[in-house]
Design a binder for this molecule. Structure first.
Ligand code: SF4
Length: 697
C-alpha cells in the first residue's frame, strides 16, 4: 500500500486552517491539523475531519441531473451546460434580462473557482435581480465600511492576538473560529487574551466564548444599539476624543458625537438590560486599557439596527484611538488585494427592488425580497433562477414561502453537490467536483485574517473524467448563454494562471512560485496600520457622520421600548454545524441533539411547557414545532434556536440529514424585518410566542 501525506487549507469555513491529509493508495483516509501552518498551528475542528464524510458521501452528486417530472436522470456535461445557458437565455429573450434571478450562497466565497469565475457570468446575465447570503449576514459591515472608508472591504479587523482589552458583541468565535475575523484556533487566542488582559462578551446567551471570557454581560436581544450608544456617550463624558494621530483625516466626528449626546436621557437598562453603571465601568475600562478593540459580528449585524450598531463600533474604536492601531482594529493588507484600484468599492441605491423598492447594496438586492420578486406578476418578475452553492429555503427569512415559490419557476438551475431543500426545485443540478481536486486561494479570508498570511492549495487528487470543477461549470454556462444570445464570450485563463496574474497585480513581491514553494503557507507578520493611506472616500478622509447613519439615529429615538414579558428569538452556532449544509456528515451529527430551543426555566413555567417537551413557537409570520430545553444560558425573555434544520421535505436526497430532527428557524422569519439602511434581514430579536402543543390546539 502506498501512503502519501498532502497539505492544503480547509475549504469549509472562514478559519482557513491548514490540513494534513493522508491518502492510502490514493484514497483519503485521515485528516489532522497541519502543525507547520504558521497561522493555524495544527488547529482543526470536527468539521475539518468531516471532509472524509463529504468525500465518501453516497448522496453527493457527481454528474449533472435533469428533472423528469418527479424523477431525475443523469445527463452528460455538454448537454447540461448547453441546456442551462440556452434556457436562461430563452427566459430573458421572452421576458427581459431581469426575469432571471441569481442567488449565491455563503460557500461561494470559500472557492477560488467561484470568486474568480462568477463575476463574468453575472456580467453576462445582466440581471439586476441578484441576491446572496450577504444580506442575511454582513451587509451592515459592508455598508458602514463603504460610507466611512469608501470601500466595502476596507474592514478593520480586531487585532485579538495583541490587544489588551476586547469587547465582543453578538459573536461566538469559539464555535465559529472567527467571522470577518479569520482566527483559526480562536479559543486558544481568546484564552491568551483573557489571561494577559480582558475579554468582555456581550451576548443574550452565555455562549461558548462567554464561558472563557473575563466577563459576560447578558443583553436583551437586539438591544446592542442602545448599549453602544450609551457606551460612546459615557466615553465622551469621560474623555475628549483621542484622535490626534488621525490628523486632518477625520470628517464629521463632532457631528457624530453631538448626535450621540442627544440620547442623554435614555434608560439604558430598560432598553438593553445592562445597568448604566456597568456601561460607565466598561467605558472607563476601554479608555484605560493600553490597547482595546470593540468587535461586533453576526448577532449584531442581523438585527433591525445592525448598521447603526456597526457604525457605533467603528466610532468607539476611533474615539478611543484604537482604529488603525496595533492592538486595536486595522485592515489587513493581503497579497491579493480586495480593495484599491480595479476592485468593486461598493454602491447603494443604484437601482431598487421592483415590488418593495428596496435599494441595491453592492450590486445585490436584499434576499428578504426574493419571494415577492418571484411571485408578484408584472414586468421584471423573476421566472428563472440560477443558484450557486446556496440553500436559501433554509437560510433566508420566509423559507416556507420561498420553498413554495421555487416550485412555480419556469426554469431553475443549481450549481450544487446535493439534492437539498432548495435544489429539489431545480430543473438542472450541476455538481462540482471535490474541492480537493481543485486549485484554491482564499482571496477574502486572507483579507479578513488577524495576521498577514498567504497559503495556496493545489489539487491533491485527479478529478474523475465525468466530473467538472466549479470554474469549468461557471465558464460553461457563460459560454452557452453567450451562444444562445449571440454575444461574445471570452473564456478566462485556468485558475493557476489567473491567480498568477492576480498576484502580479497585487505587487506584493510574492508570486505563484513562492506560494508553491511554501506548502504550509507563509506568515507575513502582524497587521500594520494602513487605513489612512488606503481610504477611498471622495475627500480621502474618514466620514464619521454619514447622513444615512444620522438619519437612522434620529429615527431610533422614536422607537418604543420592548413590551414586558415578550419573548425574543436569537440564533446560535455550533462547532459541528456549518449553516445548513453539513448535516449529512455522520461525524458531525453524532452525539447529543443540538436542535433544541433553549428557554429560561421561568419562561417555560410561564408558558406552561415542560422541559424536554415539544412545543409550538409562533412569530407574526410563521409557526414551527420545537423541542424545548430549559437552560440558564439564556436570561428571561430570550429564546435561542440554531438555524439550518428542517430537512424533512419530499424529494431531498440527504439520507443522514433526514435523521436530524429540528425545524427551520427561517420558517418564522419576517421578510419585512430589515436593517433599514442596508436591507440586511433582521433575523435576531424576532418577537415570538411559546405555548404547549395542547394549548395551541
Ligand atoms: S475551523 Fe473551519 S477551517 Fe478550521 S478545520 Fe474547522 S471548518 Fe475547517
Amino acid at each position: 500500500m502506498s501512503t502519501e501525506t498532502r497539505f492544503r487549507a480547509c475549504p469549509l469555513c472562514e478559519a482557513i486552517c491548514g490540513l494534513e491529509l493522508r491518502f492510502d493508495d490514493g484514497v483519503l483516509q485521515a485528516i489532522r491539523g497541519d502543525k507547520d501552518d504558521p497561522f493555524s498551528r495544527g488547529h482543526i475542528c470536527p468539521k475539518g475531519n468531516a471532509i472524509i464524510d463529504l468525500e465518501r458521501d453516497p448522496d453527493r452528486l457527481r454528474q449533472p441531473l435533469r428533472r423528469r417530472g418527479r424523477d431525475w436522470e443523469t445527463i452528460g456535461w455538454d448537454e447540461a451546460l448547453a441546456e442551462a445557458g440556452e434556457r436562461l437565455a430563452a427566459v430573458q429573450r421572452e421576458h427581459g434580462e431581469d426575469a432571471v434571478g441569481v442567488y449565491l450562497g455563503n460557500p461561494n466565497v470559500h472557492h477560488f473557482g467561484h470568486i474568480a469565475y462568477l463575476p463574468p457570468l453575472l456580467r453576462a446575465l445582466r440581471t439586476r435581480n441578484r441576491f446572496s447570503a450577504s444580506s442575511v449576514d454582513q451587509w451592515p459591515h459592508q455598508l458602514v465600511n463603504l460610507l466611512m472608508y469608501g470601500h466595502q472591504w476596507l474592514l478593520p479587523i480586531p487585532d485579538i492576538d495583541r490587544t489588551d482589552y476586547c469587547l465582543m458583541l453578538g459573536a461566538n468565535p469559539v464555535a465559529s473560529n472567527g467571522s470577518l475575523m479569520t482566527a483559526p484556533g480562536a479559543e486558544k487566542r481568546l484564552k491568551a487574551l483573557a489571561a494577559r488582559g480582558r475579554l468582555v462578551v456581550v451576548d443574550p446567551r452565555r455562549n461558548e466564548t462567554a464561558a472563557i471570557a473575563s466577563e459576560h454581560l447578558p443583553i436583551r436581544p437586539a438591544g446592542d444599539v442602545w448599549f453602544l450608544l450609551a457606551l460612546l456617550h459615557e466615553m465622551a463624558a469621560l474623555s475628549p476624543p483621542r484622535v490626534a494621530h488621525y490628523g486632518d483625516r477625520l470628517d464629521g466626528l463632532e457631528n457624530a458625537l453631538d448626535a450621540v449626546r442627544a440620547f442623554d436621557t435614555i434608560d439604558v437598562e430598560a432598553r438593553c438590560g445592562i445597568a448604566a453603571e456597568t456601561v460607565r465601568r466598561i467605558a472607563a475600562e476601554l479608555l484605560a486599557a493600553p490597547t482595546a478593540v470593540v468587535y461586533g459580528r453576526m448577532g449584531v449585524s442581523t438585527q433591525r439596527h445592525g448598521s447603526l450598531s456597526q457604525w457605533l463600533i467603528q466610532l468607539i474604536n476611533l474615539f478611543s484611538g484604537n482604529l488603525d492601531r496595533p492592538g486595536g482594529a486595522l485592515p489587513n493588507a493581503p497579497i491579493v488585494p480586495v480593495t484599491g484600484p480595479g476592485t468593486p468599492a461598493g454602491s447603494r441605491g443604484r437601482w431598487h427592488s421592483r415590488v418593495r423598492g428596496l435599494p441595491e447594496l453592492c450590486g445585490e438586492l436584499p434576499v428578504a425580497a426574493l419571494v415577492e420578486e418571484i411571485t408578484t406578476p408584472g414586468a421584471g418578475q423573476i421566472r428563472a433562477l440560477f443558484t450557486c452553492a446556496g440553500n436559501p429555503v433554509l437560510s433566508t427569512p420566509n423559507g416556507r414561502a420561498l420553498d413554495a415559490a421555487l416550485g412555480g419557476l419556469d426554469f431553475m438551475v443549481s450549481v450544487d453537490p446535493y439534492l437539498n431543500e432548495t435544489t429539489r426545485h431545480a430543473h438542472l443540478i450541476l455538481p462540482p467536483a471535490s474541492a480537493l481536486t481543485q486549485y484554491h486561494y482564499d482571496v477574502y479570508f486572507n483579507a479578513f485574517a488577524v495576521r498577514r498570511v498567504a497559503r495556496l492549495s493545489v489539487p491533491l487528487a485527479e478529478r474523475g473524467a465525468d466530473e467538472r470543477g466549479d470554474w469549468e461549470i461557471l465558464d460553461g454556462i457563460g459560454a452557452s448563454h453567450a451562444r444562445a444570445t449571440e454575444k461574445s464570450w471570452t473564456p478566462q485563463s485556468e485558475p493557476r494562471e489567473l491567480l498568477a496574474q492576480w498576484l502580479k497585480a497585487g505587487r506584493s513581491g510574492i508570486d505563484l512560485a513562492a506560494l508553491e514553494a511554501a506548502p504550509h503557507g507563509l506568515d507575513l507578520g502582524p497587521l500594520e496600520p494602513s487605513l489612512l493611506g488606503r481610504l477611498q472616500t471622495e475627500d480621502g478622509r474618514i466620514q464619521c457622520a454619514p447622513p444615512l447613519m444620522l438619519d437612522a439615529l434620529s429615527a431610533l429615538s422614536a422607537e418604543p421600548p420592548a413590551a414586558a414579558g415578550e419573548l425574543r428569538l436569537i440564533g446560535r452556532r455550533h462547532v459541528r454545524s456549518n449553516n445548513s449544509w453539513m448535516h449529512n456528515a455522520p461525524r458531525l451529527i453524532k452525539g447529543k441533539p443540538r436542535h433544541h430551543l433553549l428557554v429560561h426555566p421561568d419562561d417555560l413555567l410561564a408558558a406552561g411547557v415542560d422541559d424536554g417537551a415539544r412545543a409550538r413557537l409562533r412569530s407574526a409570520h410563521g409557526v414551527i414545532d420545537v423541542d424545548v430545553m430549559a437552560s440558564d444560558e439564556v436570561g428571561r425573555g430570550t429564546v435561542c434556536l440554531p438555524h439550518g434544520f428542517g430537512h424533512q421535505r419530499d424529494g431531498v436526497r440527504l439520507a443522514q440529514a433526514a435523521q436530524v430532527v429540528g425545524a427551520s428557524y427561517n420558517d418564522l422569519g419576517d421578510p419585512s424585518a430589515l436593517d433599514a439602511p442596508s436591507g440586511n434581514a433582521a433575523l435576531n430579536g424576532l418577537a415570538v410566542h411559546l405555548e404547549s402543543i395542547a394549548a395551541a390546539g
